[in-house]
Design a protein around this ligand. Structure first.
Ligand code: PLP
Ligand code: COI
Length: 343
């Protein structure tokens, strides 16, 4: 697809991560065992039964991915099939019918095409954020799976998730947990994010970008950085990222594991990261669709403030990972086979 429509008039270089109503969203309804064809609509509200399980019992999950404008004006997606597969797993965990992977990818393309005028220009520092969600709806009161479901996708142009983008920021370790052992931490379900609101607010009240969650069983190992995964680089250049069943399997994290090993020639390890052993790392960062790669300046624990590379400068390996990942996402560099989908 080439740039056809005039772009809407926005200050593309100064967008935050905020809701913006765009022209079209995709919506499909599930009833009596199957999804309908789905369609693009202009209305940005959804009317559902007061008994919807999404409202009472948290039967809801979502995804987050982005569309990128290339140098020559095309639009491309980064690994949307992986989001579809992760949503399948979230649905399985919450006993909801998944939206089939191929139809998910096709619906994402439809919505992006319909909102082409909202896809930020190349090199504006902004992208089109895509938010698919799937919720239990229909008349119900007992704690049981809903009789009906809605799958929808809406989009909006966004800038950096954490202030400053690639500038390092500081994080604080939380006393709260976002997910229990054997709970729903590995699924992208609404309840995990409701549970994160208070710890997130306590962190930002203290002027940290967000909080760091430790493993819920022992509170000794780093799990997540707010709504992003954690990685760090050891003094002998190993890319390390936590391994735990209660963190969200980040598509960005798995992409970085591949790029660190095969494009940057680093050793990579998924393993425990003890919060009292941060000295073993020279760089650290948060990674995710919204966060992209956000360098971590320092981490505040109960009695220590640990600075990695610098509170103001980006470490060289983090810089290289960022450049490699974003070059692939924006079409400036060839990525591994199957990572990029044209719109
Ligand atoms: N961890 C949490 C809790 C998230 O919400 C996200 C965002 O999706 C991530 C990690 C990063 O995952 P991904 O790279 O797939 O966006
Ligand atoms: C994402 O990175 O897509 C997220 O889901 C993070 C947040 C906005 C919930």
């Amino acid at each position: 697809m080439t740039e056809k429509k005039e772009l809407v008039d926005l200050d593309w270089k100064n967008l935050g991560f905020s809701y913006m109503k765009t022209d079209y969203r995709f919506i499909s309804h599930w009833k009596e065992g199957s999804w309908d064809e789905g369609k693009l609509v202009t209305e940005n509200t959804v009317t559902i039964s007061e008994g919807s399980t999404a409202l009472h019992y948290g039967q809801s999950c979502f995804e987050g991915l982005k569309a990128y404008r290339t140098k020559d004006g095309r639009i491309q997606l980064f690994r949307p099939d992986e989001n579809a597969k992760r949503m399948e797993k979230s649905c399985e965990r919450l006993m909801m019918p998944a939206f089939p992977v191929e139809r998910f990818v096709d619906a994402v393309k439809q919505v992006v095409r319909a909102n082409e005028a909202w896809v930020p220009p190349y090199e504006s520092g902004s992208t089109l954020y895509i938010r698919p969600y799937l919720i239990g709806v229909g008349d119900n009161i007992g704690v049981k799976p809903a009789p009906e479901y809605i799958f929808s996708i809406f989009v909006m142009p966004v800038g950096p998730y954490f202030k400053g983008g690639l500038a390092p920021t500081n994080f604080v370790v939380s006393d709260y947990d976002r997910a229990a052992p054997h709970g729903t931490g590995a699924a992208k379900v609404g309840g995990n994010y409701a549970a994160s609101l208070l710890p997130g607010k306590l962190a930002t009240d203290r002027h940290f970008s967000d909080c760091i969650y430790l493993d819920p069983a022992t509170h000794t190992k780093i799990e997540e950085v707010g709504s992003a995964n954690f990685y760090a680089i050891t003094h002998d250049d190993v890319f390390v990222t936590p391994d735990s069943p209660s963190i969200l399997p980040s598509i960005t994290k798995y992409s970085l594991l591949h790029l660190a090993e095969h494009y940057l020639g680093l050793k990579v390890e998924e393993r425990d990261v003890y919060v009292d052993k941060l000295d073993e790392f020279k760089e650290a960062g948060a990674c995710g669709t919204a966060a992209v790669i956000s360098p971590i300046g320092g981490i505040q624990t109960k009695d220590d403030f640990h600075v990695f590379y610098s509170e103001t400068e980006v470490g060289p390996i983090t810089q290289k990972l960022y450049e490699t990942l974003t070059a692939i996402q924006f079409g400036d560099k060839e990525g591994p086979e199957g990572w990029i989908f044209d719109v």
